[in-house]
Design a protein. Structure first.
Ligand SMILES: [Zn+2]
Length: 302
């Protein structure tokens, strides 16, 4: 096989693998290219397995916890779901898989909130591991489902059990969603999907205001077309312009959730500032993904 053909085959394999079924079906994306960022080496395979973990990790609740102010984690070990509480009801970001919805509901209840009080359902991007459960969340709560315009076609294709994907309001880049005094802003940060959305808001804790960033995935697909490359170039530039104290992500490994959570001792006073305040690592994940994108492009050109 020629070198060029090998690359094309590798790229095609990666393209087919750009989803959660990747590891189970084929053993995962290739172990090249490899990039080293801040002393850690990553490959497409290691990034996907870091993000997804095992089947059990994807469906087992991580201990629900307060992240900062009115922001709570209610997802599984590897698939993030966030609850933002307000006096007028709650906002949920990412329903994850449909089979996780009852697990998320349980985590919300465990924190002392009512799942039925979820009024708005948002998402980071139109892949099943983040938004497959939207229809069920809407069915259980009556929440309004809002989505970035550019992700609507891909969301409509996510219809578990033939249920139509609910979309009550379509958002444009920069639009705000407000409930009970909390405002989230939707930033179009395309590349991973056409409508990949990074959400920002401000949270209050201990008399201080913190900028919270709910990052989308910035992992490039196996075959980076010129259109996708230009989406990512715009995205990485936008990200670095967003004010950020608390970096979060749609997979917890993107912000080292487990290590940060370990600094919260059950029953002990909550440390201040919250261990999730980590401005130095706000764009660590973007740095990794940008290095990988450039390495993939180089490999494609060979
Ligand atoms: Zn994805």
């Amino acid at each position: 096989m020629t070198r060029r053909l090998r690359c094309v085959v590798a790229a095609a394999a990666l393209a087919a693998l750009d989803g959660p079924r990747a590891v189970a079906q084929t053993g995962g994306p290739p172990d090249q290219p490899a990039v080293t960022v801040r002393g850690q080496t990553y490959t497409p395979r290691s990034i996907l397995s870091r993000n997804m973990g095992t089947e059990e990790d994807q469906t087992t609740a991580f201990p629900p916890h307060q992240v900062i102010g009115n922001v709570y984690y209610v997802g599984t070990r590897t698939l993030s779901s966030y609850l933002i509480t307000t006096p007028a009801g709650h906002i949920l970001i990412n329903s994850t898989y449909e089979r996780n919805v009852r697990t998320i509901e349980k985590s919300v209840t465990q924190l002392g909130f009512k799942f039925a009080d979820v009024r708005i359902l948002l998402g980071t991007h139109a892949h099943g591991d983040h938004q497959e459960g939207d229809a069920l969340v809407k069915q259980l709560t009556g929440a309004q489902v809002m989505a970035m315009r550019e992700d609507v076609p891909a969301l409509e294709a996510i219809a578990p059990g033939g249920k139509a994907h609910p979309i009550d309001r379509t958002l444009r880049d920069g639009e705000a969603v407000t409930l009970g005094g909390t405002t989230l802003v939707a930033h179009l940060t395309a590349g991973h999907t056409r409508g990949c959305t990074t959400w920002t808001m401000q949270a209050q804790e201990g008399g201080r205001t913190f900028n919270v960033v709910f990052a989308c995935s910035y992992r490039a697909p196996g075959n980076v077309t010129p259109a996708i490359e230009s989406e990512f170039t715009r995205t990485f530039k936008i990200l670095r312009s967003l004010p950020c104290d608390v970096p979060l992500g749609d997979h917890p490994a993107q912000y080292n959730m487990t290590a940060k959570h370990a600094r919260l001792t059950p029953g002990a006073a909550r440390p201040f500032p919250s261990p999730f305040v980590d401005p130095a690592n706000c764009w660590g994940e973007a740095e990794i993904q940008e290095a990988m994108l450039r390495a993939q492009l180089q490999m494609q050109q060979k």
